[in-house]
Design a protein around this ligand. Sequence first.
Ligand SMILES: NC(=O)c1ccc[n+]([C@@H]2O[C@H](COP(=O)([O-])OP(=O)(O)OC[C@H]3O[C@@H](n4cnc5c(N)ncnc54)[C@H](OP(=O)(O)O)[C@@H]3O)[C@@H](O)[C@H]2O)c1
Length: 319
Amino acid sequence: MRAIVYERYGGPEVLELRDVPIPSPGRGQVLIEVVATSINLSDWEGLHGSPGYARIGGLFRPARQILGSDVAGRVVSLGEGVTRFAVGDEVFGDNLALMGGFAEYVVAPESALAPKPSALTFAEASTIPQAGAIASQAVALAEPGSRMLVNGAGGGSGSFMVQLAKSKGVHVTAVDNAGKLDFLRSLGADEVIDYRRVDFTRTGPYDLIVDLVAHRSVFAYRRALAARGRCVIVGGTSRTVLRMVTVGPLLGMLTGAHLGLLIVREGPAAFTPVAEQCVGGGVTVHIDRVFGLDEVPEALAWHGEGRALGKVVVAVGEV
Ligand SMILES: NC(=O)c1ccc[n+]([C@@H]2O[C@H](COP(=O)([O-])OP(=O)(O)OC[C@H]3O[C@@H](n4cnc5c(N)ncnc54)[C@H](OP(=O)(O)O)[C@@H]3O)[C@@H](O)[C@H]2O)c1
């Protein structure tokens, strides 16, 4: 099968299109013919091996040589003990543990997958599992009528997050670069901030801050919070993550705020409710661009350099 492979950390230039053996599903796993894979920041982080947590399990060399975790496709064979799926089923899910979606076939545990809603295209379905799970768990922390700020709002998770928060009656301030602010307004954001011009930690106060690309000090986040407000970071620099899980709770105890890391639960229970909202029309999937399998390096660069509005999709089959 054709696959995009890398053997060392680096930029998109370390990726190569190669012919590799089709993997075999083990116990509890299925083999999927990939139709679409969407790109997440975690792919870019896994490519570069940065931040440091992207090297867990592969300190010097990538543990998995094929990236791509959000997949949608058709089941073509079953490993032992698979009970939820049959050959021919259309499925989607986040294969974060095994990766491998930038290929014609991928093996995934059945526990990571859900039946693809027929009303969604493969491309649309592939955008939802990781970003939808992050977005819905962050928005679950917001109360209707409260003030929420999302930093990094113009990307994959943020574009779902803004819409889910608005549908819950939350007042949303969305932060990203200037080129994404009209897009954020179109998603329903009440206020927008260009992070290159305004330091959002000097605005507010907010009841909830969700940072997808965190690199600020815990004191800066605290400054922007309302009394008893909450700040959760989802991704960001290793230093910020470390500070948030060590100094964050202490500062929270002293000031009555809550500061910490959002550990996102993966799996169908986390993302199928978002897919249902997409089918129902309450949430729109925003696909910025679709690339072919041989264009994965360009697709990752497009996404990683921050040019994408919403999600970027790699079409492996007919999406
Ligand atoms: N905690 C968990 O359990 C868990 C699980 C899965 C994934 N994650 C993490 O969750 C995050 C998900 O991100 P995603 O896939 O939504 O990312 P994404 O699609 O890349 O979106 C990130 C957005 O942030 C913007 N941005 C970059 N630097 C910024 C800055 N300094 N200030 C404000 N905005 C900035 C980017 O645009 P520009 O670059 O153009 O500015 C982009 O629009 C990743 O960090 C991933 O590692 C966490």
